[in-house]
Design a protein around this ligand. Structure first.
Ligand code: HEC
Length: 457
């Protein structure tokens, strides 16, 4: 009998702890958090693989949602917010995290739907306005073998006259396919290249070395005499859920010649289980005024202005540390920074040391995630005084504990140089720090880089 009573009270206790009650409801408390932090990616046609726009969606995924929100994996923002701040930071406040936890553990009640807010509306074809022109890359077939894929894609653009561009925006046709792209513009002189349309358009970066070298030549990116055209880096970048870069008027912009080739260098597709076709578009926003303060770019590390020490050769079963640094001769104003490594990246830190030995913090990424390579824009321009040295410290993990290691067992991985950039091949590694900047002008540190909804041109 006593045994029976003990058993019964245990059952009652267990039942009580499972249905711990909560006053929080989806309608009143949780939907606003999800709408603010999740549905920009988790929606139909959005960047994430599944929507979270209804109670049913959220309820079905609640256990994973609990895990990824508490661990900080979602919303994705790998930079350490205790180190430095940027525009558009994605994070849940402790209060929001606690609410999600309490609500899910309390049985995830729906509540009264009459007063529930609707998820925000999103424009499928542009996040920044009505483009002047839209151009398309060739379709790319993405094989469904559940592995990450990397390509180079080229898009020749012929104009009647040279034009000034305020912004370019890349949009995949099926959002959750493309995970990352970085676009450069090759501007040709009319007389130096007869045709820009006779090159190969797509290069799979997973082919063997010989095929790769042949196909890279077949992209036909050089002038007819073999010299290189003028190149503008980072004219367009894409990451799921990230709005195209739009700087305040008078800052940035570039010129596009009558003949140019947009090259998506590292277009990265996430793993999918079935074959799919991607057909990505590029929206172009022109402006009548020539760029007043055109953006400059400097790159540290691979292919850049500073050496990597020790050289980027990562032996199997090792974790290695590397650094690279660059002295800044004149006062500059930094706008945006982009740390870049590949699959072996482990951590990344960058800062400037002024001639007075003051430290200006740039960025710290304690746990590198190659899926979330943001271009981080400072809230206001960041002045770096002349004579400062910018330091980068990076760690790479070539052990089998690194889940993204492309080889099992691990093999030696190194950086490798090619025309205009080292490729995102699984056999390559990179350490790059890209800085977009302007020559400093008095008052720059007070200029906000936040562009308010500016959909009219
Ligand atoms: C910037 C876009 C973006 C935002 C914002 C975002 N997600 Fe995600 N989420 C993704 C992508 C993309 C994936 C697919 C996994 C990947 O690529 O890393 C994902 C995956 C997930 C997963 C599955 C994880 C797994 O291990 O299976 C959950 C759950 C999730 N997100 C919940 C959320 C929640 C909750 C929020 C808001 C608090 C949120 N996400 C905000 C893009 C986003």
């Amino acid at each position: 009998m006593l045994k029976y009573i003990v058993f019964l009270s245990l059952v009652i206790l267990a039942a009580l702890s499972c249905t711990k009650n909560t006053d929080l409801t989806y309608s009143q408390d949780i939907a606003p958090i999800i709408h603010k932090n999740c549905t920009s990616c988790h929606r139909s046609g959005g960047a994430a693989p599944f929507p979270l726009t209804t109670f049913q969606h959220v309820n079905r995924k609640k256990n994973t949602i609990l895990a990824v929100t508490q661990s900080g994996l979602m919303p994705p923002w790998p930079a350490d917010r205790n180190y430095s701040h940027f525009l558009g930071e994605r994070y849940l406040s402790q209060d929001d995290k606690d609410k999600i936890k309490e609500w899910i553990e309390g049985g995830a009640p729906l509540g009264d739907t009459k007063t529930m807010a609707k998820p925000p509306l999103y424009d499928q074809y542009s996040n920044i306005g009505t483009p002047d022109t839209t151009v398309w890359f060739d379709s790319i077939k993405v094989i469904g073998n559940s592995r990450d894929k990397f390509f180079i894609a080229t898009l020749p653009i012929v104009l009647n006259e040279k034009k000034y561009v305020r912004a370019m925006e890349f949009l995949p046709n099926e959002n959750n396919l493309v995970h990352h792209m970085n676009g450069r513009l090759l501007n040709y002189e009319d007389t130096k290249k007869a045709s820009i349309t006779n090159g190969l358009r797509i290069l799979d970066l997973e082919v063997d070395e010989e095929t790769y070298i042949k196909q890279f030549d077949a992209l036909k990116l050089t002038n007819d005499d073999g010299t290189r055209p003028v190149q503008i880096n980072s004219v367009v970048n894409y990451l799921p859920g990230v709005q195209a870069q739009l700087y305040p008027r008078g800052i940035g912009g570039f010129t596009m010649h009558k003949k140019s080739i947009l090259i998506a260098d590292d277009i990265h597709f996430g793993p999918i289980p079935q074959d799919k076709w991607d057909h990505s578009r590029v929206n172009i926003f022109y402006t009548d005024s020539p760029p007043k303060r055109p953006i400059r770019e400097v790159m540290l590390g691979t292919n850049g202005a500073s050496k990597i020490i020790p050289p980027l050769v990562i032996p199997p079963n090792q974790i290695t540390q590397h650094t690279t640094f660059l002295k800044i001769p004149d006062d500059i104003s930094i706008l945006t920074i982009n740390p870049h490594m590949h699959l072996l990246g482990k951590s990344f830190k960058a800062y400037a040391l002024t001639p007075k030995q003051d430290t200006i913090r740039l960025i710290h990424i304690p746990r590198w995630d190659f899926r979330w390579q943001y271009f981080y824009t400072f809230p206001t321009m960041l002045k770096i005084p002349a004579g400062s040295v910018i330091y980068v410290e990076a760690e790479f993990d070539n052990t089998s504990k690194n889940q993204n290691n492309p080889y099992n067992p691990p093999q030696e991985i190194r950086e490798r140089y090619e025309f205009g950039g080292a490729g995102m091949r699984t056999t390559d590694e990179m350490l790059q720090f890209i800085i977009t900047w302007l020559p400093y002008q008095a008052g720059d540190e007070h200029i906000s880089l936040l562009v308010k909804e500016d959909k009219s041109e």
